[in-house]
Design a protein around this ligand. Sequence first.
Ligand SMILES: CC(C)(COP(=O)(O)OP(=O)(O)OC[C@H]1O[C@@H](n2cnc3c(N)ncnc32)[C@H](O)[C@@H]1OP(=O)(O)O)[C@@H](O)C(=O)NCCC(=O)NCCS
Length: 223
Amino acid sequence: MAPSHIRRYQDQDWKAVRDIFSQGLLGNMSSEFWPFMKNTRSSLILLGVPILLVLGSGSLLLSLLSFFVISTGQWLTFRKSAFQYVDRALQTDLLDIQKSYLSTRDSNLWVAESEHQLVGIVAARPAERPKRGGKYLELLRLSVKREHRGQGLARTLVQTVLQFARDHGYDGVILETSDSNHAAQRLYESLGFHKSHESWRYLTWWTNVLTNWHYQCDFSSQS
Ligand SMILES: CC(C)(COP(=O)(O)OP(=O)(O)OC[C@H]1O[C@@H](n2cnc3c(N)ncnc32)[C@H](O)[C@@H]1OP(=O)(O)O)[C@@H](O)C(=O)NCCC(=O)NCCS
């Protein structure tokens, strides 16, 4: 395992940062799709319609065809929402990274570098909706290149954000991750984050809603 180090973003990192973010999110799509499909509404429609068709028409072919059409439709909807999420990030904070993360002392974007190549990223900025009774930093855009995963890089990147938040007088760190991203959930929980609440985003009637978990790490409970 080649040694890596964490440093602050520099202008020449722009393309690599955007690539690591997009590839991380889009590369995860297929592994996140099946947990997403376990949601009640998606599986009811995916299994219920073919069963009703075979019972009603007696045609196994029609039933199989409906299964194929529905699962393809659900996959395309899921895929489209992932692309839209990535696009939005690339057109907003990751478009002008200097302005978004390096123009104030309370924001930052770090990169992990190994053998002169960027292999991971994470960003932090003050939480948009301050929590009652606390000053929280938001962690976002965490991603590690596939070939460099499982080496503790994400753990070091998150620890960098936690230390930054402590040094800047924050009460803790908050973040959001999808219900189906089990790797990220295990990572955050192992670093002292706990689930605070969930939120939903409606996609279409033939899929389920996308569920996001909101996590927070309170420094007061760790001292
Ligand atoms: C999630 C992600 C950032 C983890 O990066 P990583 O560098 O491989 O993670 P680390 O090696 O630092 O692992 C730290 C901990 O995370 C958890 N973890 C990481 N990968 C895991 C996996 N595939 N399955 C289960 N747990 C996992 C484990 O608890 C691990 O600790 P352990 O090794 O002691 O068991 C990486 O998979 C990634 O970039 N995914 C795509 C983008 C993404 O999902 N970002 C998070 C958005 S909220």
